[in-house]
Design a protein around this ligand. Structure first.
Ligand code: G6P
Length: 367
């Protein structure tokens, strides 16, 4: 085990550092520079079938579900197909309506999560078309689906998912571009997004290179018993995943909220003891997001802002973490990376067993 971890103290941090290569592997051979499109040979779906899709429903559990939320947002925004994500654990029990023209997508690192596998089986029993975004080759879910996209993140050992999650998000982006280019996305937009995808590995590397700074910030965050993570639209799944990671490995209470919903409830809890990690991309909602940060600052809530270069945040923010800018639709993938390092270093600072958090398993293959 020591050998496999190499120079790293834990698998989680090793896997965080492996992400630039992992992303290279998932995009390799799949980007079509000539037609500004994406080739996903394993989908087993021709262009005519792809055009008939009326809806996309993504199913997964835990971090895979949050990756699914990112994916749904991307697919709906880019391919203009209504899309949403739902925990597979809920879907399988609620007797869902299965539609012929919906594309169901099961997303899983291990390919063995029982809730996701049973959701796939239930869908297939009712005649639904299901594809997989799966990391483990030949796993149960990979064998059950009608087609899919392998994520090629390599083996992931740490319970807290990092590189598999990033490759899920990149996998969904490729699926969205693929479907979009068959439908109404222009060659110019296809090219813009493909160029954006190609930049992701080096941009992840640039974030990972700021680890020392992030570790210092994490040490301060870890002192708080309870935290908020906020984001909206594209940034909301990022906030949810950031809160989930912190909870899983540092055992701090972290709650994710839509920034826009703060004023409808959680603002009551903001105080100097309750910091907010705010996801603030430089996009069309920037002014509104900054407005919400001022509301938090006015109540003396410590602000840890994850944002882009050049964004002006309220004076007195506890920390500003700047992430390289990509295309707006792809930015969520990069905004997630510093949150992995914050959760990791918070857990280390608190002296917890990072790779094997209490009460959690890497893959839940039972009811
Ligand atoms: C478990 C793990 C999570 C993971 C989820 C889904 O609950 O603790 O980290 O996100 O399963 O796993 P999968 O292998 O299906 O992606």
């Amino acid at each position: 085990e020591e050998f496999e971890r190499g120079a790293h103290e834990h698998f989680m941090v090793k896997e965080i550092h492996e992400q630039p290569e992992a992303v290279q592997r998932v995009i390799r051979g799949r980007l079509d520079e000539r037609f500004h499109a994406v080739h996903l040979g394993g989908l087993n779906m021709d262009a005519r079938e792809a055009r008939e899709i009326k809806r996309v429903k993504i199913l997964g559990c835990g971090s895979a579900y949050y990756a699914g939320q990112l994916g749904a947002q991307f697919i709906e925004e880019v391919a203009r197909i209504p899309a949403d994500a739902e925990p597979a654990s809920e879907f399988r029990y609620r007797n869902p309506v299965v539609e012929r023209d919906t594309l169901y997508v099961a997303v899983s690192q291990s390919g063995e999560t029982l809730d996701t596998l049973v959701a796939v089986q239930e869908l297939k029993r009712k005649g639904g078309r299901v594809i997989g975004l799966v990391n483990a080759v030949g796993s149960s879910i990979a064998r059950e689906v009608d087609g899919g996209v392998y994520l090629h993140a390599g083996p992931e050992v740490s319970v807290a998912s990092t590189k598999a999650l990033t490759n899920m998000a990149v996998g969904f982006a490729m699926l969205g571009i693929h479907l979009g280019r068959i439908r109404d996305v222009s060659p110019a937009d296809g090219r813009r997004l493909i160029d954006g995808l190609k930049k992701i590995p080096e941009q992840i590397q640039a974030i990972v290179d700021t680890e020392t700074e992030l570790a210092e910030i994490a040490g301060r965050l870890a002192k708080h018993e309870s935290l908020f993570f906020v984001g909206r639209t594209r940034g909301y799944p990022v906030a949810r995943e950031g809160a989930q990671k912190l909870k899983e490995i540092s055992y701090r209470h972290a709650e994710a909220y839509q920034t826009s919903e703060l004023k409808h409830g959680p603002l009551a809890l903001i105080s100097p003891d309750v910091p907010t990690v705010a996801i603030v991309p430089d996009d069309e909602l920037l002014d509104r997001n900054i407005g919400a940060l001022h509301e938090i600052a006015a109540r003396s809530g410590p602000l840890y802002v994850v944002t882009h270069p050049g964004v002006v945040v309220p004076d007195g923010a506890a920390a500003v973490i700047r992430v390289p800018k990509n295309e707006p639709e792809l930015d969520p993938i990069l905004l997630t990376i510093p949150l992995q390092l914050l959760a990791y270093h918070a857990s280390v600072a608190l002296g917890h067993d990072v790779d094997k958090p209490r009460n959690l398993a890497k893959s839940v293959t039972v009811e």
